[in-house]
Design a binder for this molecule. Sequence first.
Ligand code: MN3
Length: 214
Amino acid sequence: MDERYPFALPPLPYGYDALEPEIGGRTMQYHHDKHFAAYIENLNRLLAGQSAYQKWSLNKLCTDWEELPQDIRQGVRNNAGGVFNHALYFENLAPTPVSSPLAPLSGAIARSFGDSETMKNVLKTAALGQFGSGWAVLCADKGGELRVVKTANQDTPLPLHPLLVCDVWEHAYYLDYQNRRGDYFDSWWRLVNWPRVSHDYEIWMSRRIPVPQP
Ligand code: MN3
């Protein structure tokens, strides 16, 4: 993402209760207005007075945080990742989802997983297998192949390109599902905005830089 300091909280693209009954309005309100907002505020606070790094894009902050001064390094890692992951999370969902991925993503799913159900199971295994807080992510590599990764805390899968992110921090589901992360995953899956995810894959494929031939 190309956004730069000062970062602003993007509005939720639907109403707080638009994803009910799968995800409750209270969860969405706290998740967007408190948790997501806090990552934005913290990142802006960390970068205030750091003019050299205010020019960095969100992507660069997420990938090159090790180059930052010691006193802001870990904070930027956590909060830039939080901004990046949550921006995608809320956009990945929709109140009236289309039930299946569109071409060319559908073809990539067939190549990489066989079918959508298998991909869902691989993603669910990652979501359930992430110990503690983190994310399960469907990613595309530079060649357009798909893969599933899990990340801890607010780490991102960059430089792999994340297409679809499942937040498995308890704040994403505890009010609605308590300890039942698997039930949350199944509900979350029904909300996936496949037209948006498919479009994102198409854009990623069109922007690929050809590998230079020796
Ligand atoms: Mn979250």
